[in-house]
Ligand binder design. Structure first.
Ligand SMILES: Nc1ncnc2c1ncn2[C@@H]1O[C@H](COP(=O)(O)OP(=O)(O)OP(=O)(O)O)[C@@H](O)[C@H]1O
Ligand SMILES: [Mg+2]
Length: 282
């Protein structure tokens, strides 16, 4: 296996300081201030750390993710690409704590996720925006109510938050469908509702699994610009996609996954190699 380490130094945007990251992660730890312990500081600099992580599905014959080691700095933006069945969604499932690694250690926002209580998991998830490959909208709620959901979980949303929901729905081209039920939407429209729901909370970490898989090229770029805006304001983004053009045009580094391993890290702005070139190099 290729030893995999994203060595890029944490690039924090102007409005996002390490201290802000520390504060959010500190809330999870119950800390009161900046910690002097080096290990803690290092953990907080990385939004995501996988150490020798493997996952085998209960019915799986071989690991879907195999001995994966990588770390993504707070405030970074990475693409995750690779062939169908490579393990991208399985990595995401571990990130949103739907499954735990069968081997290895995962850290999120400076927290070892191996033995969290239900409350701690809920607290961690609240700081994430998640775009699911299969949308996961609630059919008994309207489009607007689905997008409001991350806010209503914390109590009644403010007028400002409600305005924000309407603006995001407009941005993704669904301003005219806010009262529609999800079952009456196309795949691409459902996907855009899922994206609006993921970003409405201005998450610390945004993980998006094929967020542009069902929309046209122009809408795909529009969605990427929305993610770039969040990134500029400090959100760490990991975005799985098969779309070479998006990866090549948006200039962020790409982790290329195959057979459950990261085979290559392609620096931002570079053309993605053809799959045969990656296989030859591995
Ligand atoms: N629930 C499951 N039970 C058993 N095996 C599974 C399950 N889900 C996925 N797998 C297997 O795990 C491997 C990785 O699947 P995963 O969904 O992570 O791939 P992916 O890279 O997201 O693919 P795609 O690009 O098609 O979305 C595949 O071999 C798949 O068949
Ligand atoms: Mg997938």
């Amino acid at each position: 296996m290729l030893a995999t380490r994203v060595t890029e130094k944490p690039k924090l945007s102007k409005d996002f300081t390490v201290c802000e990251c520390c504060l959010s992660a500190a809330a999870l730890h119950g800390y009161n201030g900046h910690q002097s312990n080096n290990r803690v500081k290092k953990d907080l600099l990385y939004m995501i750390r996988f150490e020798n992580v493997s996952y085998t599905y209960p019915q799986g014959e071989k690991p879907a993710v195999n001995d994966l080691t990588f770390e993504l700095p707070s405030g970074s933006f990475h693409f995750l690409s690779g062939p169908s069945g490579a393990g991208k969604t399985t990595i995401f499932k571990m990130l949103y704590l739907d499954i735990l690694p069968t081997e290895g250690k995962t850290m999120l926002l400076g927290k070892n996720v191996g033995n969290l209580s239900r409350n701690e998991i809920a607290l961690l998830r609240r700081q994430m925006g998640i775009v699911f490959q299969d949308f996961r909208l609630l059919d008994n709620l309207s489009v607007r109510e689905n997008v409001l959901l991350p806010l209503t979980l914390h109590g009644a949303p403010s007028a400002e938050q409600e305005k924000c929901v309407d603006e995001i729905l407009d941005w993704v081209g669904l301003g005219h469908k806010t009262h529609e039920q999800p079952e009456r939407l196309s795949g691409g429209e459902k996907q855009r509702v899922g994206i609006a729901r993921a970003v409405v909370n201005r998450p610390k970490l945004l993980i998006a699994d094929e967020p542009t898989g069902n929309v046209d090229t122009a809408m795909g770029k529009r969605i990427l610009h929305l993610f770039c805006e969040l990134h500029k304001h400090g959100t760490t983004v990991l975005l799985a996609t098969h779309d070479r053009e998006l990866v090549e045009n948006f200039g962020f580094p790409c982790l290329y996954v195959q057979d459950g391993c990261i085979k290559k890290i392609i620096p931002g702005g570079q053309e993605l190699p053809k799959q045969s070139e990656i296989e030859d190099a591995a």
